[in-house]
Design a protein around this ligand. Structure first.
Ligand code: G3P
Length: 221
């Protein structure tokens, strides 16, 4: 399972990238709005920092606008994937961008029907938003199960990015289903790493080693 970070925060991207945990990045206008910097410069810097695919989203809703923005965003770097919303204009744009050899990530997907249409239009990735479905009283993870099954049935090469992830249990469920990618808010990745018994165990090892050092003061490990 590939792990993408769902953020536009350069400091956190650098931190996790140095740990080798970042297979790619997804951003959106909301995430960029949270950062206090020029969004264009932030996007360029993310593309420079990260080797894997970086999803950058168009803001136009008309077909021509999406195509123009996609071509401009693609100039930021080879690893740019253009995020296109799941609309009729979006599907048209996805088809055209495939012909232009620009990878796309179809975003704001909330049903298997939408995922099928995105895959058939040639999207490289689809992003079903599971947390927002959970918020609305639907089981978001059921959607992932369905999409993964459908894509397998037809050998679609579109990859499923589990998006709108809210907690580590979402990650485990997605991994058990066999989803290709999860895109994680940095705090979810931080929570995956932690366990209270790890901290407790480490404290015990440290204090026991201190005792050993008292007995053998010249000890060097
Ligand atoms: O990748 C999409 C994601 O950023 C949406 O997350 O938490 O706003 O539903 P959320």
């Amino acid at each position: 399972m590939k792990i993408f970070l769902d953020t536009a925060n350069l400091q956190l991207i650098k931190e996790y990238n140095e740990m080798g945990l970042v297979d790619g990045i997804t951003t959106n206008p909301t995430l960029l709005a949270k950062e206090n910097n020029d969004p264009i410069e932030i996007m360029k810097e993310i593309v420079r920092l990260v080797k894997g695919p970086v999803s950058l989203e168009v803001v136009s809703q008309d077909y021509e606008g999406m195509i123009d923005e996609a071509h401009r965003l693609k100039k930021f770097g080879e690893n740019v994937v253009v995020k296109i919303p799941m609309t009729s204009n979006g599907l048209k744009a996805i088809r055209r961008l495939k012909e232009d050899h620009i990878d796309t990530n179809c975003t704001l997907v909330f049903s298997s029907n939408q995922a099928i249409l995105a895959a058939k239009s040639g999207a490289r990735y689809v992003s079903p938003f599971i947390g927002r479905l959970d918020d609305a009283g639907h089981k978001g993870m059921n959607l992932i199960k369905e999409i993964v099954e459908i894509f397998k049935n037809y050998n679609f090469d579109t990859e499923v990015i589990v998006a709108s992830v809210r907690h580590p249990l979402h990650v485990i469920s997605a991994a058990r289903i066999g989803a290709d990618i999860v895109t994680l808010p940095p705090d979810v990745l931080a929570k995956m790493l932690k366990h209270p018994l790890t901290d407790k165990g480490l404290d015990t090892f440290n204090s026991d080693w201190e005792k050993v050092k008292k007995t053998y003061p010249n000890l060097i490990l």
